[in-house]
Design a protein around this ligand. Structure first.
Ligand SMILES: [Zn+2]
Length: 229
């Protein structure tokens, strides 16, 4: 292009020192932990940028309006001699010590935030016995089943590959007795091996569908004592 000043020049000049400084500065600003570090709000439980949270101890108003009956329940462990107790005081996520802007705004006006845990959203921490259950183990302790699952595993020369498909169940299934019997489970879970040869015991041992009997028994015993249903 002849005579035009705005015509792009090739090769372009190296960036100026000022531009380099701006790029480095913006990168450092965006990568600073304060720009993206999050923590939970004790009132609604939602993750919020750390900078926008107010520590509970800095609040100038009481949290009495968050006190509700029948929302929380203390873990009874494996001891069923006593009735389930509620957690005293306002319904808060005790693992968090701050409040998000939205909740603070509502509370300062004396209104319970719509998404507050006190509005029946409290579920408490995940108990130890229910942590780390595999997919198949979760199937065995759930009372309601709303989908079916098909697992296909093809064994090759070096490794097994597989894919899982979930279908929604046209009829919700509710179990009266847990764990469901093998025949009942066959309605909702299918596990297919494909490949040139029959699966070996070694292949079975490596499938993700194995169930640890004790884990399931512990989870069910805990649920019997602690779950409302
Ligand atoms: Zn909140």
């Amino acid at each position: 292009m002849r005579g035009s000043e705005s015509a792009p020049v090739f090769p372009p000049k190296p960036p100026s020192e000022k531009l380099l400084c701006t790029i480095a500065h913006n990168f450092c600003r965006d990568m600073n932990p304060t720009a993206f570090e999050e923590a939970g709000c004790a009132v609604c439980g939602q993750l919020t940028i750390l900078q926008e949270l107010t520590p509970l101890r800095d609040l100038t108003f009481p949290l009495d309006i968050l006190e509700r009956d029948g929302v929380t329940q203390m873990e009874r462990g494996f001891d069923d001699r006593h009735e389930a107790q509620e957690i005293e005081g306002p319904v808060l996520d005790l693992a968090c010590d701050s409040v998000c802007v939205e909740c603070e705004e509502h509370l300062s006006k004396g209104v319970v935030p719509p998404l507050a845990l006190a509005n029946g959203f409290w579920i408490g921490p995940i108990p130890e016995v229910l942590q780390g259950l595999s997919f198949a183990e979760k199937l065995l302790v759930a009372r309601i089943r709303h989908n079916r699952c098909l697992v296909r595993v093809s064994s090759g020369r070096a490794k097994m590959t597989g894919n899982v498909i979930m279908f929604s169940n046209p009829m919700l299934k509710g179990y009266k007795e847990l764990p469901p019997t093998r025949a009942e489970l066959e309605d909702v879970l299918a596990f297919i091996f494909t490949g040139p040869v029959q699966p070996t015991p070694d292949d079975f041992a490596r499938t993700p569908m194995l169930v640890r009997r004790n884990k399931v028994a512990d989870a069910l015993a805990w649920l019997k004592i602690n779950h409302r249903d």
